[in-house]
Design a binder for this molecule. Structure first.
Ligand SMILES: Cc1cc2nc3c(=O)[nH]c(=O)nc-3n(C[C@H](O)[C@H](O)[C@H](O)COP(=O)(O)OP(=O)(O)OC[C@H]3O[C@@H](n4cnc5c(N)ncnc54)[C@H](O)[C@@H]3O)c2cc1C
Length: 405
């Protein structure tokens, strides 16, 4: 991986990118076969690389320094992600793995001092695992207002009843952050907002782990289906004020979409690199792949997809950093980048023939990951509606849309 300093970025972020690239190239990528295989060798490699990451001060880019993180803020973290994502193993090795990282950020922002001590600190230290339990089998996840899992106050306790699925990391988790409807059937019991996020220990009576939903044919994943039946937790387990659940979810997902897109760009970059190396090395039908116009066309198309995806994402990140309304930009990258990611990986797979779909390369995992991204965090259609609504609102107000800002 070759990473040069970017002329218009400050020295700190360039230096972070170069040091990250060095570890990813020299330590993470060479260890991938062992990490894929698992077992003792993988455990050793993980411990060795994470120690090096900490030594280099590159641990937990999403967290403030007071919590043991890098304290680099939103934009620098986004720029670091495209380097990290060259390997699917980096996130865990650099202490920024989902869903723990998102939960840590929510606990930093909404947690009380006691919640931070009890849940956040051990989560950061790796002593606890967590999950985020929002999506339900019987309700459309694309409409967060449809959630039916209810929490009702009984004295000093929340009593939770509901059915969730696709709670990633649910089996390993020690606690879940559960999105609950705290408004009652008659509309009473809540504020004008209807949902609240509540911390639920996974060993609380009434938490019933049903199964891990198989995803892409993998039966040993960890996307849990969970029933919460009369689960009682202390009132102080609620995060933020009653009714702040949607806002907390937006806080998690809004900036998170930029990070996911920068991750996708890093993965595309790696896929493109593999594609180009294959083109100049593989002999087919009397010449290298690079001499065939089909291959040249695919490389050019992937180049354009990556450039467009990257520039759109950086533009969106800059707008968020500047504090301007970036709703249309966030939705635009959420649609465009995963689709570009799918196309880029698809072309790289094609150039590798059978090896492309084998477990010897990261391309097959990237392919399913890219497809999944078009559904998770809000499917494409919902974001298309959001873009159109935002743009047309300006026209209804007698304005037009200014692409120059
Ligand atoms: C691998 C994976 C991991 C996940 N991890 C988690 C997790 O950790 N925690 C969690 O809570 N959730 C998780 N999810 C769930 C994810 O967030 C939801 O799948 C997503 O929000 C979509 O909800 P749904 O599956 O209920 O689809 P639905 O809301 O039922 O939508 C189905 C389809 O309907 C179409 N559609 C929806 N709205 C419209 C519209 N307005 N107009 C036209 N078409 C429309 C879209 O094509 C959409 O794909 C995960 C999902 C996956 C695949």
């Amino acid at each position: 991986m070759q990473v040069q300093p970017i002329a218009d970025l400050d020295d700190e972020v360039n230096e972070i990118r170069l040091r990250t690239a060095k570890i990813v190239t020299e330590e993470v990528i060479p260890a991938e076969p062992a990490l894929y295989a698992g077992g003792d060798e993988a455990k050793e490699a993980r411990a060795h690389i994470s120690a090096k990451v900490k030594e280099e001060g590159l641990w937990a880019p999403h967290l403030p320094e007071e919590y043991g993180g890098m304290g680099i803020g939103f934009l620098k973290h986004a720029y670091m992600n495209e380097i990290l994502a060259w390997s699917p193993f980096s996130a865990r090795l650099f202490g920024v793995v989902a869903p723990n990282a998102g939960n840590q950020k929510i606990l930093v922002k909404y947690g009380t001092a006691e919640q931070k001590k009890k849940w956040l600190e051990p989560l950061i230290a790796g002593e606890l695992e967590s999950c985020f339990s929002m999506t339900e089998p019987d309700q459309p996840g694309s409409n967060p207002y449809a959630i039916q899992t209810r929490a009702v106050l009984d004295g000093d306790e929340w009593v939770i009843n509901g059915h969730k699925w696709f709670t990633s990391n649910g089996k390993r988790a020690d606690f879940a952050i559960v999105m609950c409807r705290t408004e009652q059937d008659d509309g009473a019991g809540g504020t004008k907002d209807k949902m609240t996020q509540i911390i639920v220990p996974m060993d609380a009576p009434g938490v019933k782990y049903v199964r891990s939903v198989p995803v892409w044919g993998h039966t040993h994943g960890d996307h849990a289906e969970i029933i919460y039946e009369n689960v009682r937790v202390p009132k102080e387990n609620q995060l933020g004020r009653t009714g702040s659940g949607h806002q907390a979810a937006q806080d998690r997902l809004g900036a998170g979409r930029v990070f996911h897109c920068m991750n996708a760009i890093g993965s595309m970059w790696r896929a493109f690199d593999l594609h180009c190396k294959r083109a100049i090395s593989r002999d087919v039908h009397g010449g290298k792949l690079e001499t065939k116009q089909f291959t040249q066309g695919d490389i050019a198309d992937s180049y354009m997809d990556i450039q467009a995806a990257r520039l759109m994402t950086i533009h969106c990140a800059n707008r968020i950093e500047a504090g301007v309304d970036a709703r249309a930009d966030i939705s635009a990258i959420k649609i465009f980048v995963p689709a570009a990611f799918s196309r880029v990986v698809d072309r790289a797979i094609q150039a590798h023939g059978a090896m492309g779909v084998s477990g010897d390369l990261p391309l097959a995992g990237m392919y399913t990951g890219a497809r999944t991204l078009r559904i998770a965090d809000g499917p494409d259609e919902v974001h298309r509606i959001l873009i159109a609504r935002t743009v047309l609102k300006a026209y209804h107000a007698g304005e037009s849309w200014d692409f120059g800002v």
